[in-house]
Design a protein around this ligand. Structure first.
Ligand code: FES
Ligand SMILES: [Fe+2]
Length: 369
């Protein structure tokens, strides 16, 4: 596949029109990671996820199944739920005229409904959003005809199971508000050309030239970097924050794997823990980033357990990254900006990621409609 080997034109980072096209063709159509299934641990537990101008309710029903619905009433369209997270007792009620839905989305109550002849409740359930669980992560898809989730994460098969992801639990979460286009964040994640300059501390733990990309085409991109002599993991002191995860290979002990999963997830697998980011565009020039750290429940139950070394190491690294993404955003919106050449191998994944974006938008070359 012939790749554009320059960075994208400025309009891809600033234009509200392209941003809306990305929402329609990418964020309202592809599988998006919305975090871990244990966010809705018990029946009734729910959270809301905003995607562009859409709001989705993710809720565990009484049968234990996780469902997702567009957050609007079938009566006159009112936004039903505004509390970001919480628990429904047994039903979801619209605040306007109190139409009531089961946790499975079925319309179960219409005040004075007996006066509405021919009202067919069976056809007026909440609009469903496709939802699937993979390795303990929930993925939603807003499309009416979602493609298989496997198309999004299939190339990770056989690569991540040894971390025992379904078992891991959240030990920390930080939410960031970044003044940069979401693509700058993914592009930055996919190269370590910047590491010696932006992350002296990270570069000490893992040399920027030690990376090997094992997935360099398609919707999942990434590979691993070698931990430096004397570094056990990515943490403040360079030691483990927990014993290495049970089933990883010997080779994994000296590596950290970094994968971006198109469009909104970045998954980083360490010997002793897993970190992941989800990205939520707030406009062409703003992105909300949720970063979470996962550890094994056994490690977390140890009396001296602390994830602080991993969290503060990456929090500092994250902030360094977001800062340089914000500097990029300021530059690419300049009238003087022109696409610049990607480094042949340091930045090869960026060219592929950009191509995925262009493909999704139906642009045969950057800027072409
Ligand atoms: S709009 Fe929801 S009950 Fe009327
Ligand atoms: Fe970085």
């Amino acid at each position: 596949m012939a790749h554009n080997t320059n960075s994208l034109p400025g309009e891809y980072f600033t234009s509200p029109v392209i941003h809306n096209d990305e929402l329609s063709n990418i964020f309202y159509r592809r599988w998006l990671c919305v975090g871990r299934a244990d966010r809705v641990a018990k029946s009734g537990d729910y959270f809301l996820q905003t995607i562009g101008s859409e709001s989705v309710i993710v809720v565990r029903d009484q049968a234990g199944k996780v469902n997702a619905f567009f957050n609007l009433c079938r009566h006159r369209g009112t936004r039903i739920c505004t509390e970001e997270t919480g628990a429904f007792s047994k039903s979801i009620q619209c605040p306007y005229h109190a139409w009531t839905y089961g946790l499975d989305g079925k319309l179960i109550g219409v005040p004075d409904g007996h006066d509405m002849e021919g009202l067919d409740k069976a056809t007026l359930g909440l609009h469903k959003v496709a939802i699937q669980e993979w390795q303990g992560f929930l993925f939603i898809n807003l499309s009416r005809n979602p493609g298989p989730l496997l198309d999004s994460i299939g190339s990770l098969a056989g690569r991540v199971e040894r971390w025992g992801l379904p078992n891991l639990k959240i030990a920390g979460q930080i939410v960031y508000d970044v003044a940069a286009n979401w693509k700058l964040v993914v592009e930055n994640y996919n190269e370590c050309y910047h590491c010696p300059i932006i992350h002296p501390q990270l570069n000490e733990r893992s040399n920027y030239r030690s990376g090997v990309n094992d997935l360099n085409q398609g919707v999942v991109l990434g590979g691993y970097m070698m931990l430096a002599e004397g570094a056990e993991s990515m943490s403040l002191e360079g030691g483990y924050c927990a014993p290495p995860l049970d089933n990883i290979d010997v080779d994994d002990l000296s590596r950290v794997y970094y994968y971006s999963i198109f469009p909104n997830m970045m998954l980083s697998l360490h010997p002793d823990y897993v970190m992941f980011h989800t990205l939520w565009p707030q406009g062409p020039e703003r992105t909300q980033i949720v970063c979470e750290w996962l550890f094994s429940p056994e490690a977390m139950s140890a009396p001296d357990f602390s994830p602080a070394g991993a969290i503060s190491f990456w929090d500092e690294t994250n902030r360094q990254d977001w800062h340089v993404c914000e500097l990029s955003q300021m530059g690419v919106r300049s009238i003087a900006y022109q696409p610049g050449p990607y480094h042949f191998w340091h930045e090869s994944l960026l060219a592929e990621f950009d191509q995925q974006v262009l493909n999704a938008l139906g642009h045969t070359s950057p800027g072409a409609d």
